[in-house]
Design a protein around this ligand. Structure first.
Ligand SMILES: NC(=O)c1ccc[n+]([C@@H]2O[C@H](COP(=O)([O-])OP(=O)(O)OC[C@H]3O[C@@H](n4cnc5c(N)ncnc54)[C@H](OP(=O)(O)O)[C@@H]3O)[C@@H](O)[C@H]2O)c1
Length: 295
């Protein structure tokens, strides 16, 4: 078996850390891309194996730039990129703006994975079988009318809701995946999106959550699976030989292709969302931009 090089963002806790362990335990090289170097080092120590810690704050363009420069210096190819990290602080009552004018949830959960993936595309294409794995939420099923507000994705002129901002970003990630799969057809790189179900959260990581929300999460945890169980689907999507030809899919847990929301499959909307994303980032995609041909 050829050993792979796998980047996992947000690999210092929860599902990302569990996936890093399962993948490293199979002998693969894992890059833990985490915003807090101390937490990254602690996770690296606990996971063991062939792991590296890289500093990556997805809410900072500078940090994304520094991280991708480091990857380019140190690694000739990346076989798997798992865009796992996300900002889901639902205790926010007001939108939080980054110094460069981006709303934090939209940037961290959608624009940052778009930018990171784009900047690593040459390393993924250098792999004999590159895989990009984005992450969305099964909770979108509870928000059937969720859309991406193309005129105001950052809640400048509409009331802010952290849940709406979160699900908007997770819907956009399904679209990012389908767009990537279409752009990359004819290459050896695939793009898929995992729909994460209810997974137990370590509530001690969120000391500022109001009590009612802690209670809600405690009740939710009764119907939640462990991060380790969910990570099995990450590991399969990342490594399984029989998943190598799957691209553009939404994958549920346990590993199984599932239907994406109709809205997220609309070629015109996908194109609009991705054009908006690259415009906001002020970059041209490094892969050719063609008219999508989705089913
Ligand atoms: N748990 C669930 O029930 C559930 C349900 C649906 C979808 N999901 C999705 O599953 C994925 C993993 O979540 P989880 O349950 O494992 O939660 P988690 O344990 O809180 O992990 C989230 C990770 O993202 C990192 N992160 C947050 N903001 C970041 C930033 N700006 N830059 C870099 N890293 C950042 C966190 O780092 P710090 O340690 O520094 O905060 C943490 O490592 C997320 O995409 C989430 O949206 C989870």
């Amino acid at each position: 078996m050829q050993h792979k090089t796998v980047i996992i963002t947000g690999a210092n806790s929860g599902i990302g850390k569990a996936a890093a362990k399962q993948i490293a335990d199979q002998g693969h090289q894992v890059i833990l891309a985490c915003r807090n170097p101390e937490r990254a080092e602690r996770a690296q120590h606990e996971i063991g194996g062939n792991t590296h810690a890289g500093q990556l704050d997805l809410a900072s363009r500078r940090s994304i730039h520094n991280f991708t420069e480091w990857i380019h210096r140190e690694f000739d190819r990346i076989d798997v990129l798992i865009n796992n990290a996300a900002d889901f602080d639902l205790s926010r009552t007001e939108r939080e703006m980054m110094p460069d004018g981006f709303e934090r949830i939209w940037f961290t959960n959608h624009l940052a994975p778009v930018l990171l993936t784009d900047r690593l595309m040459d390393r993924l294409i250098a792999s004999p079988q590159g895989r990009i794995i984005n992450i969305t939420s099964k909770g979108l099923l509870m928000h059937p009318f969720q859309t991406v507000d193309l005129k105001d994705p950052m809640f400048g002129n509409r009331p802010f809701s952290p849940a709406r901002a979160y699900y908007q970003s997770k819907l956009a990630q399904i679209m990012h995946t389908r767009w990537l799969a279409q752009q990359l057809s004819g290459t050896m790189v695939t793009a898929n999106c995992i729909s994460v179900t209810n997974v137990k959260l370590d509530l001690s990581r969120f000391p500022d959550l109001p009590q009612w929300m802690k209670n809600l999460y405690t009740v939710k945890s009764l119907v939640s699976i462990s991060p380790e169980k969910m990570a099995e689907t990450y590991a399969k999507a990342a490594l399984a030989a029989d998943a190598k030809d799957v691209s553009g899919a939404l994958i549920a847990h346990p590993y199984k292709e599932t239907a994406a929301p109709v809205y997220a499959k609309d070629p015109l909307v996908i194109e609009q969302v991705m054009q908006l994303s690259f415009k906001q980032l002020g970059i041209r995609p490094s892969i050719s931009y063609e008219q999508p041909e989705f089913d």
